[in-house]
Design a protein around this ligand. Structure first.
Ligand code: 4AD
Ligand code: MG
Length: 464
């Protein structure tokens, strides 16, 4: 007999049909006459209830049906008398495929997320993580669908690179040399001539620079891939390995870029509302009671748009009115997450797009405004999250870009190819990066970024 996946089984109404289901036992309770087994196969948050008459099976069998055990059940699809489910399976044959001992780490309900992180390989089997990772999959589908339908091409950029896009120096080095015996040149510096690539290389912090080459050829592209940052920040919003989506569009200015970001993110949230109802209902009940309300709010309201300078004024006024921030605030400083969240959660009570930041706190490739002080940057700030998107209009003038590069002392030896975009038919263009896990945090209501990627990489953690 062919197995029926539980998500499909729960929709069926052909009572009396013979069915085969397989999955992992969530709970098992029994009396002298009858046993009830809640079975889950990961296809949905919902379990199917298996009902087994005690005297139809050897008594020993039921001892093996413990939480976490894997079983196959053949039986009859029946209408369920219980509330909350429409069908159940009346068992005729039960086979234990995999026993599960009482040292199974996900046995008890109500364990903390911190505890579960230590067993990240097993936490996938819980309701919460099942919901989170089904939603994560759905968000990936929504992203590809959005860009495909809007004429963007999915463009693959390298993970190993010799350039530092963000210029923040937070890169993981890549080498095949023996680290204990790095060859040195005459000046005593590491000699990369014999290394695999013949030069220093790292894991990429962004696909943007190569993405710009794609956009200035194909018109509109997006990347969607792993991104690596060796920032030693142990926060609930930073990972050392995360996934980033980076659209880049020729001829878009900063306003087009903001319009794209807003439309795109609303599309993704709406997709979750339309396609992940059971999982969202679960998370709304168990994790965050205002989740659904927040998701609806975001799709239904325009994002507020204002400049960094206006934002600073609001924050300074808040300080004058007695609001306490941990980090001091004045024109020129980078905003901390507490500042971003103040603007979003307390002042505007809406997502905010902040533009025109001081050039000193943004990357070299951003277009300089006429004031000579600010650049055409945009950060999208979200409730609970802070910065979810960072992007900009790009500096398309070769001379102005070179001036910035010289000002910042950026080694350009390995960047000649990037500068060629400005030498050969340069054009205005814009793009942004969305942190995939920050989107998943927002859509699931989870509090810690370590809990929305299956196997998180953070300082001192690379298990599994
Ligand atoms: O603001 P960022 O650094 O921008 C860039 O990398 C640009 N090259 C993007 C572009 O214009 N194409 O990063 C973009 C987004 C952030 O807004 C944040 O959501 C996410 O990437 N992000 C991280 N997410 C998790 N862990 C980290 N360590 C992250 N660093 C950035
Ligand atoms: Mg940023």
């Amino acid at each position: 007999m062919k197995r029926t996946v539980i998500v499909d089984l729960l929709r069926r109404t052909d009572y009396g049909a013979a069915v085969l289901v397989k999955g992992w036992v969530r709970t098992h309770r029994g009396s002298k006459s009858v046993h009830f087994i809640a079975l889950n196969d990961g296809s949905t948050i919902n379990n199917v209830q298996v009902v087994a008459d005690a005297d139809a099976f050897p008594a020993d069998l039921f001892k093996d049906i413990t939480t976490g055990a894997c079983i196959a059940v053949e039986g009859q699809l029946t209408e369920s008398p219980g509330a909350g489910q429409s069908v159940e399976v009346k068992a005729e044959k039960i086979e234990v495929l995999g026993l599960c001992g009482n040292d199974y780490p996900m046995q008890k309900k109500g364990q903390t997320f911190e505890y579960m992180r230590k067993y990240a390989h097993m936490r996938l089997r819980t309701n919460t993580f099942g919901a989170v990772f089904r939603i994560r999959h759905n968000m990936a589908m929504a992203i590809h669908r959005y860009f495909h339908d809007h004429g963007f091409f999915y463009f693959h950029t390298p993970l190993i690179t010799a350039s530092d896009c963000e210029g923040a120096g937070q890169m993981f080095q890549v080498t095949t040399q023996n680290l204990a015996q790095m060859p040195l040149d005459e000046q005593g510096n590491v000699d990369y001539a014999d290394d695999f690539f013949g030069k220093p290389t790292s894991l990429t912090v962004s696909g943007q620079l190569e993405g710009e080459l794609g956009a200035t050829a194909l018109g509109a592209i997006y990347t969607f891939g792993p991104t690596f940052r060796a920032e030693n920040s142990n926060t609930p919003r930073h990972l050392a390995e995360f996934w980033m989506i980076e659209p880049e569009v020729a001829f878009n200015d900063i306003t087009d870029n903001m319009d794209l970001a807003e439309d795109f993110i609303k599309y993704c949230v709406q997709w979750a509302l339309d396609n992940c109802q059971d999982d969202l209902a679960f998370l709304n009940k168990m994790i965050d009671k205002s989740l659904l309300e927040r998701l609806h709010f975001v799709v239904e309201h325009d994002f507020v748009r204002l400049t960094y300078t206006e934002g600073i004024r609001i924050l300074e006024d808040a300080v004058k009115a007695g609001h306490k921030f941990e980090f001091p605030i004045s024109w020129g400083v980078d905003l901390a997450s507490e500042h971003e969240r103040y603007l979003v959660e307390q002042h505007f009570k809406k997502p905010v797009i902040l533009t025109d930041y001081p050039k000193e706190i943004k990357a070299f490739y951003m277009k300089l405004n006429d004031d000579g002080k600010t650049v055409r940057a945009m950060d999208v700030l979200f409730p609970q999250i802070g910065e979810i998107i960072g992007g900009s209009e790009r500096e398309e003038s070769y001379d102005k870009l070179m001036a910035r590069i010289n000002e910042l002392n950026i080694p350009m030896k390995d960047m000649w190819w990037y500068l060629d975009t400005r030498r050969f038919g340069t054009c205005p263009h814009s793009g942004f990066g969305l942190g995939f896990e920050r989107l998943i945090l927002f859509v699931t209501g989870m509090q810690n970024i370590r809990d929305v990627i299956p196997f998180p990489r953070t300082p001192k953690t690379a298990d599994f």
